[in-house]
Design a protein around this ligand. Sequence first.
Ligand SMILES: O=P(O)(O)OC[C@H]1O[C@H](O)[C@H](O)[C@@H](O)[C@@H]1O
Length: 460
Amino acid sequence: MTQNLLKLDFGAALPEGGSVPRNGSEWDALEEALRDADGWLRSDANRRRDGFGWLDLPQADLAEVIEAGQWLAAFDAVIQVGIGGSALGSLMVANALLHPCHNELSRSERGPRLYVADNADPAGTRALWEMVDPSRTALVVVSKSGSTAETMANFLWLWENLKKVLGEERALKQLLVVTDPEKGLLRAFVAEKKCRSLPLPSTVGGRYSVLSAVGLAASAALGVDVTDLQAGARAMDEVLLGAGTMEENPAWLLAGLHWLHFLRGRNMTVLMPYADGLRDFTEWFAQLWGESLGKEGKGSTPLRALGAVDQHSQVQLYTAGPDDKLFTIIDVADRGERLILPSPSDASLAPLAYLGGQEMGAMLQAEARATAATLASLGRPVLWLEIPRLDAFRLGGLVYLYEVVTALTGRLLSVDPFDQPGVEQGKRFTYGLMGRKGFEEEGRKSTEAFARIESRTVSC
Ligand SMILES: O=P(O)(O)OC[C@H]1O[C@H](O)[C@H](O)[C@@H](O)[C@@H]1O
């Protein structure tokens, strides 16, 4: 079935550079393993379990999210307070669909400006606060657990300051909380204050939550057509459900090829879009991939790159460094914007005449092809993924595709793609070091472990 979502060229990513091998081969066994993994992912029994809820988001009712978006749209600024899965999705959507300029934080003609308070760096939080007019700013605090220290610290500081300026009654009218529908500290806060809130279904993990209120509420406020975004995810779901072989199913192909290259020692994956608008897509993907797969000594390290910028930074390593990476180059066929380069009118610039009359996007595309071709010519495995346009529909498709790919790859690796035990340890150590009740032992262990780091020192 074609939905005009994307095309994936995989000829140069087949291991050993060959054509698709058949008949009892590793490829056939992999196809079978992927069929099983897909069955596991989509089984009725699993669908209701923690971690699997994101599979239902393409069908979810968006009425509440759209209503919240309309309410937020009246503000001049929206500060989304959250980190990891509670921040990167909104940034990714906004960067892709509203302000694809890779060196500007936020620009939107229709809606408010979006700011994300993720890191708990006092300099960043203070600077952000000074950029907004509190009386025209909404706080959207997002946390699945309702306890992440960075989010809670930023929330506490911003909330108390908002109350100081506006008084509690008015400040409450500028607050939206997105959290678990039943449990957690933020849910208790909502019950106490009776403020506006939206649920993040308990079965949806943070890094798989972009198609819920977590990623959609602020996006809707900024003017993103969230219905289209969801429709793209739904269309991708239909494609994947209707595709029963490796060659037809882009999720099986991506997961399967990552697995085959992983077996050949390529445990890094480079995602390199040639589009400023997809820069934050790589950030979002890096969390999804890294946290889902890095377990039990296994995993694949996500490397974020941006074409053509990283041609001037990383491509030397990619072409001549260790052969331990699988590359995915993403291209956008129609960039919407066309910039025809003028012929130089200054004598000293005459050598640039070869650029005159050329279209800038065509040059970027030529560079993408040149990089992919260079990698392929050196025998480095490279996938070419092309989307027709960077719009809400295609972005929704890409998001859902990569979520499925990640979950399937986790299954192939025999790890749980929906937990994050390694991150939880760091959270517990932080609570211990910050004196949170019940975490005294963790604080002690953390101090002990750090003492080993400090046991040998050089200062200058
Ligand atoms: O939404 P929260 O519960 O505040 O979690 C925010 C982030 O916290 C941790 O770092 C988890 O590993 C992430 O997966 C999660 O996205």
